[in-house]
Write a protein that binds this ligand. Structure first.
Ligand code: BTN
Length: 250
């Protein structure tokens, strides 16, 4: 996939900006990056603290010809691609907290926010926004127990632009495979090896229902397979529920 990159020093949110461009007809593959975001968006309406000049904030525009129910899988494709790109440096290997956070040593390194826009019954565009903590050397009091960066984990400075190139190259390859098979069968085994929740007890937070279970891995469509305390198996959809560790975030 050809990527045209538009790089800003500062924007409100790369997701917001690229959604405007998508609405104005921008083509698939467009990437918007920023050195700083004044209103970075996180999942579930939270904000994404976007320290200036040291981290990677980027969004990519996709126009996949797939049915809308399949779009959430793209988030897992991005998580997998970012983990692989970072791992290929041989310096550190992040794990994945289902469905799409990257963690090292139980702390969050990368978050992904996917937004989809429909045209009637079909997808108009999908935007995948990714924030990677790269060279941030300290976090706010509220975050320091929960967040980490590549710098903190490896003790060396990372080149943000090189990392972006690696991630985009990796994502381009995986996206093509995804479009061919339209499920996650091609990455499932490796994703499950990276899955920090695997064979661990998790708390499944469904709206109006909370229960403990053991996470077994993902299905080939990206749901999390969990075994409940009574031995029954369930598959959990990312859009509807979240999981966390019994004692904390993972
Ligand atoms: C999360 O809550 O884990 C998702 C965080 C996603 C942050 C990225 S930074 C680049 C892009 N622009 C945004 O406003 N959010 C995403």
């Amino acid at each position: 996939m050809e990527s045209k990159i538009i790089a800003y020093d500062e924007v409100d949110s790369t997701n917001t900006r690229i959604c405007q461009m998508a609405a104005d007809g921008a083509a698939e593959g467009l990437v918007v990056t920023a050195k700083k975001q004044s209103a970075g968006k996180g999942r579930r309406g939270r904000n994404w603290e976007s320290e200036a000049e040291c981290n990677l904030y980027f969004s990519i525009l996709l126009r996949p010809e797939i049915c809308p129910q399949k779009a959430p899988m793209l988030t897992l494709v991005m998580a997998y691609s970012v983990a692989k790109a970072i791992g290929s440096s041989q310096q550190t290997m992040p794990q994945i907290k289902w469905p799409n956070d990257l963690v090292i040593g139980g702390k969050k390194l990368c978050g992904i926010l996917t937004e989809m826009h429909m045209a009637g019954q079909s997808i108009d565009y999908v935007v995948i926004g990714t924030g990677v903590n790269v060279n941030q050397d300290r976090f706010s009091k509220e975050l320091q127990e929960k967040a980490t960066s590549l710098w903190l984990e490896t003790g060396c400075e990372w080149e943000c632009q090189d990392l972006l190139k690696q991630i985009l190259a990796e994502f381009g390859k995986q996206y093509e495979k995804f479009l061919n098979v339209q499920d996650l069968s091609f990455l499932r085994a490796e994703y499950n090896q990276m899955l920090v929740n695997k064979d661990r007890e998790v708390l499944v937070l469904e709206p109006g229902n909370e229960y403990r279970a053991y996470a077994k891995g993902i299905t080939s469509t990206g749901e999390l397979i969990v075994v409940k305390e009574d031995g029954s198996e369930e598959t959990v959809f990312a859009g509807e529920v979240s999981v966390r560790g019994i004692y904390g975030y993972v």
